[in-house]
Ligand binder design. Structure first.
Ligand code: IFM
Length: 480
């Protein structure tokens, strides 16, 4: 069956794709000369990942690339966004490169091109070589310098076939979840280290960006993917709540946008965090390096946040037995409270609010006119079930995707220059601290057999790509 084209029509040149990341799908953690990453170590540490899951096998993509690329072709993807595993290419993060690792991605790139699919490469999606963490990790400057060497190598190796280069995926997570709250690898909980990591990731982006531009010149499309936060005040009339929004915006958004697109760190961020660090890790000349500008900004969007300022009542907290608060990713923002929001949520507990997507894209295009935008991730985890017919009727995911794609269109109507959209994710995968307990894929992975099964959302997405028109939610199950 084909649906009647009643939905919004997208321009023919709009790039539709799907995204994944190395540690989340590849498996083969001990094969092909790959070195250990911080996620191997973290996963092997009791209590860090639910049920002790790890990326050791994951979706076994390493052994099934041909099958997976064929599936992408059947879906009609224009582009595939994937990440290179640094420890597969350079096992200890410095020194010798691993030819087997380089070849693995070379073959993947060739297969994609042969299938008519553009490779959109992310250099770093969180799998830092463990040896670099042992030497200090992202809080130390040397990690950014090592990243520059790695970046130069991969760009030189693949520049003949890859022009779209994303340096980092969601440095917010690497810095604040990895070194602030510690819920991600390497699991450290130190605010000053988290902020040093922010800067060294920005520096790493800048150094890698130079490598991309040197190798490709005008042919390069340099990108950085950020998970920008859409924080809204609980009470829009309350100066205190507006101040909470400002703090979150500084830590989550401007801490990355400003050094890269404007060449400075925001004064309010430096002020807010002054009791935690003096930012002396920012050396002379660093902000010229971070200030690369971008050919396209990658935007990952899932949900919004509602925040307010609250006054910490020490005595009440002690009486409630909450004297010792858990580490927070929000450094020097202890007075900001994140509130539950009304309405539906996904299996992550994230609220479903497509209007935040429109607001974010329109806001970015007003702040940075002329900057092309690309949705590099958007999608939802739900508790999928396989019905007796062997199918996955994931209507909630279809609705989520439908409403968010429409929200992208609404942003374009309002003038945002959005060039493409990548669904997260092509297939179910290792969802970090949740292990395999959260499923984001439009294709189901059976983790016992590693069989791939298209969910209704995959058929719906294929129809969208085939027609450039948003299909209705109803009838998605008949598109198979
Ligand atoms: O799975 C992650 C991905 O690695 C980065 N962005 C958010 C996704 C869902 O949590």
């Amino acid at each position: 069956m084909t649906t009647s084209p009643t939905g919004r029509r997208f321009p023919a040149e709009f790039e539709w794709g799907a995204a994944t990341a190395s540690y989340q799908i590849e498996g083969a953690a001990d094969e092909g000369g790959r070195g250990p990453s911080i996620w191997d170590t973290f996963s092997a540490t009791p209590g860090k990942v639910v049920d002790g899951h790890s990326g050791k096998v994951a979706a076994d993509h390493y052994h099934r690339t041909a099958q997976d690329v064929a599936m992408m072709k059947d879906l009609g993807l224009h582009a595939y966004r994937f990440s290179l595993a640094w420890p597969r290419i350079q096992p200890t993060g410095s020194g010798a490169f691993n030819p087997e690792g380089l070849d693995f991605y070379s073959r993947l790139i060739d297969d994609l091109l042969a299938a008519g699919i553009d490779p959109v490469v992310t250099m770093y999606h969180w799998d830092l070589p463990q040896a670099l963490e042992d030497a200090g990790g992202w809080p130390v400057r040397d990690t950014a310098l090592r990243f520059a060497d790695y970046a130069r190598k991969v760009v030189e190796t693949y520049a003949d076939r890859v022009t779209v280069w994303t340096t980092l995926n969601e440095p917010w997570c690497s810095a604040y979840l990895g070194y602030g709250s510690g819920v991600h690898a390497p699991g450290r909980t130190d605010g000053a280290e988290a902020l040093a990591a922010v800067h060294h990731l920005n520096l790493a982006h800048g150094l890698a960006g130079r490598a991309v531009r040197e190798a490709l010149g005008d042919a390069s499309t340099l990108s950085l993917t950020l998970n920008l936060h859409v924080a809204r005040p609980d009470d829009p009339e309350s100066p205190a709540d507006l101040n909470a929004v400002r703090k979150i915006d500084a830590l989550a958004n401007r801490a990355f946008l400003n050094p890269v697109l404007d060449g400075y760190y925001p004064a309010d961020l430096l002020e807010d965090t002054a009791a935690v660090t003096d930012w002396s890790f920012v050396e002379d000349g660093d902000l010229e390096i971070t200030h690369t500008g971008l050919d396209v900004l990658g935007v990952n969007y899932y949900a919004t946040q509602r925040v307010r300022t609250f006054t910490f009542d020490h005595e009440r907290a002690m009486a409630d037995g909450h004297g010792a608060s858990a580490a927070s990713p929000w450094i020097a923002a202890d007075d900001v409270e994140f509130l539950a929001q009304p309405g539906p949520t996904t299996a992550m507990g994230w609220n479903i609010d497509p209007s935040g997507m429109t607001e974010l894209l329109v806001g970015l295009s007003r702040t940075y006119p002329g900057l092309p935008l690309m949705i590099t991730e958007n999608g939802a985890a739900f508790a999928d079930t396989v019905t007796p017919d062997g199918r996955v009727h994931d209507e909630e995911r279809v609705r989520y995707l439908h409403d968010h794609v429409e929200a992208v269109g609404a942003a374009m109507d309002a003038g945002a220059d959005v060039r493409g959209y990548f669904v997260w994710s092509l297939m179910d995968n290792f969802e970090w601290a949740y292990g395999y307990h959260r499923r984001f894929g439009i294709v189901r992975i059976d983790y016992d057999t590693l069989e791939r099964t298209w969910k209704d959302s995959a058929y719906w997405y294929r129809e969208l790509l085939r027609t450039s028109t948003v299909p209705p939610v109803e009838g998605a199950s008949e598109l198979a």
